[in-house]
Design a protein around this ligand. Sequence first.
Ligand code: TYD
Length: 395
Amino acid sequence: MSKKSLFIAIEGLDGTGKSTIAKLLSYFIQNTLEKNVKLTFEPHDPSCGGLFIRQILEKKIRNFSNETLMTAFAANRLDHCNREINTWLSKENSMVICDRYYLSSLVYQSSEKHPFEAVMKINEHATKPDVTLFMNASNEVCYQRMDIRNKPKELFEEGLTETREKYLNAIQYLQEVKNEKIQIVDASGSIKEVLERVVNVISDEFSDHIKAQLTSAVKEYEIPSSNIFSLDGEIPDLRTSVIEKITTNKGLTTDNVNEIVKTELDTLTFTDKGVLFLNYLENLGYNIGEKCSWTSLDSYNIEYTLPGGLTQKGKALLINENQRYDVILGTASQLAELEKMSDFMFIFNPGPSDLITKFYERDIIESTKDQSFLFPNIQQITEQNLQEFLVKELV
Ligand code: TYD
């Protein structure tokens, strides 16, 4: 197996399904090659200037200059590279898949005043991707897919024909002037078909042996159902099977138990981690009830019986690994509703543990007007907690 790290950028017009493909590709590669895959995106909300950029895209900030925005994207990217992408790429056997990268800046920030050269100059310290994929689909397909998404149009979501043309010009520039590797992938058809095309193209980056492995695996690959980040129905006991799997691992010792558990956790999908989170709460004595049907969030009613027979009611909530500011804020307003109805709440957020309580604090408090819901009765559970939970069972 190749131990080299690989950096893939995925680009495309809005509505080409590039975010879905980026997610699927990362799961597929993780499962097939057991690489350490990091899926990330730009604009990167947790990096420098992320909040400013998101508020411009959502038209909340209107009086800005294009130059400022171009500089903000470049600063956002450099910070993203320094603190996340490069760190990840320096690990052995790793891969980074980034949903949008500097090709987007060439397309959306270039102008007569700031031609491609100027945009690339300001992005000169950003890490160069090994390969960039441009997902291409007809306007009809893009519009159909955007309607499904059903959210207000963002700043750059209009003028597909013009944008496609800019993409093609920018691609030609990067290929000819910067010697970059860019592949145009047909994004029409079923998700499976598109994934196959993508895997085909990126398999060129690997040895013949791995290439063959990838091509045959993608044919067999079953696309997870649309709610890949969702749990429904009875909660299985995943804890027992994960522990069994780990205990049959011949090399397990008290010294390496942490590492082995972490490796095992890394192979789980978000949904599986969510199941483990609910198993964790059960282990603490909470009863897991029905899924809350009135909210689109993955949340469950839970109960705790106190010694005198009194019961307290709460919620267990799962947030997927998405760190996008607009998604987090959308979640926050629903969270406020949930919190009003509970004595306590557990949130499973596998991302950075301080994301909700610190990074977005200002907006979350504003979004609830006079009521702050950042009470100590909300407890965040992260992947680290799940790791400790499993380790305790094993030593
Ligand atoms: P977003 O809603 O985060 O993602 P997507 O539309 O890919 O699902 O929107 C990203 C927007 O940011 C998109 O309209 C293009 C724009 N953008 C730039 O203008 N310059 C850039 O460098 C990047 C990365 C994005």
